[in-house]
Design a binder for this molecule. Structure first.
Ligand code: DP6
Length: 348
């Protein structure tokens, strides 16, 4: 019998509360700072990988559209990386990769975190899982696959795990440094919520990779950002263990603002913040003045985001929805880590 080399996986995206920004080894994609994130339920990438000896080249279907260029090249390089690590060779059959985000890519929420996490797990399952993988029963070592996912995109390492997740700082030259691990499962702090204000206006942003590399190379504020990160990680970790939202939120807010300060001080400055992002920050702080536990964060894009609890999530969403330029809001709970799914799920 020919073993199937075909598997389906899904991964949720994650939002960093202690930000990863900058690499200390760009070749191995090792982060210059430790980071900490919350995996988000419901913002999911589903990816199917089928290795087929009949194919002459890798094929990528991204949200049903055949896609070439750099996205396909990145996928091919990642499949080579997974094959080399797991079966010892890049001489692999070519693959058909179908990937779908269940959140609107046009809204600029597309995330390399969920994409590379799902691709890594699907490729690993297809290469090494045989019939068990096709049945959705493939067991895998999350830490090992996180190291592979990280080489595709740093934040993807964290999406291997659910709940609250730490990604360590890299040691240059050591591919197995910068390990990801779970601090709390999603069920350990189920009241946490992350509210996203989706900003309608969408100028093309500088990618995270370009933005952080340029910041590291030219910003006089990059070194202080790096120096502050270990204490932020420690404080956030203690806050999480104590389920202390205020302490965690304060760290998250300052980590995000320091990341953006370092980017804005690059030469030329990298500016992701827009009017709506800053109005979102002020709206979140105004809520806090009124006793609502809500804390601002944002990433390499314009969308204001807030960390809060289930009890206050609707009020936070309403405040962000009232910000000019915010088109709609999403409320996400803590989500699970990446997983393999059966190829032909039973119809619901
Ligand atoms: C602002 O993981 O996208 O979201 O490793 O170059 O692919 P690469 O970068 P990426 O950067 C994420 C940056 C961030 C903060 C974070 O998620 O920690």
């Amino acid at each position: 019998m020919i073993m199937p080399m075909h598997a389906l996986a899904e991964a949720n995206t994650n939002i960093a509360l202690v930000k990863y920004w900058g690499k200390n080894d760009p070749t191995l994609n090792l982060p210059a700072v430790p980071s900490l994130s919350l995996t988000l339920d419901g913002l999911t990438t589903r990816t199917e990988v089928e290795f087929a000896p009949s194919l002459a080249a890798d094929v990528l279907l991204l949200n049903s559209a055949e896609t070439g260029g750099e996205p396909l090249a990145k996928v091919s390089r990642h499949l080579d990386r997974v094959a080399l690590a797991l079966v010892g060779t890049t001489e692999r059959p070519r693959a058909r990769v179908r990937t779908v985000n269940n959140f609107p890519t046009a809204a600029g929420l597309a995330s390399s975190a969920s994409a590379f996490a799902a691709l890594t797990v699907a490729a690993a399952a297809a290469l090494t899982g045989g019939a068990a993988a096709a049945a959705g029963e493939f067991e895998f070592d999350r830490g090992q696959l996180a190291i592979l996912a990280r080489q595709g995109s740093g934040s993807a390492a964290r999406s291997l795990f659910g709940g609250l997740v730490v990604l360590g700082v890299g040691t240059p030259g050591q591919v197995h440094s910068a390990q990801a691990s779970q601090l709390l499962a999603s069920s350990d702090w189920p009241e946490l919520r992350l509210v996203i204000g989706v900003v309608s206006e969408r100028a093309k942003d500088t990618s995270s990779t370009l933005g952080m590399n340029h910041t590291a190379a030219t910003s006089p504020y990059f070194a202080p950002f790096v120096a502050a990160a270990p204490l932020d990680l420690l404080t956030a970790t203690q806050a999480i263990k104590a389920r202390d939202l205020t302490r965690l939120g304060e760290v998250a807010e300052r980590s995000a603002l320091r990341m953006h300060a370092s980017a804005m001080a690059a030469d030329p400055g990298v500016i992701y913040l827009r009017g709506s992002t800053l109005e979102g920050l002020h709206a979140v702080r105004a809520l806090r003045q009124r006793g609502v536990a809500a804390f601002f964060t944002c990433d390499a894009g314009p969308h204001p985001k807030a960390l809060t609890t289930a009890a206050d999530a609707d009020a936070v969403a309403a405040a962000l929805a009232a910000v000019p330029g915010v088109q709609r809001t999403l409320i996400a709970r803590p989500g699970e880590g990446a997983r393999v799914l059966p190829l032909s799920p039973e119809p619901a």
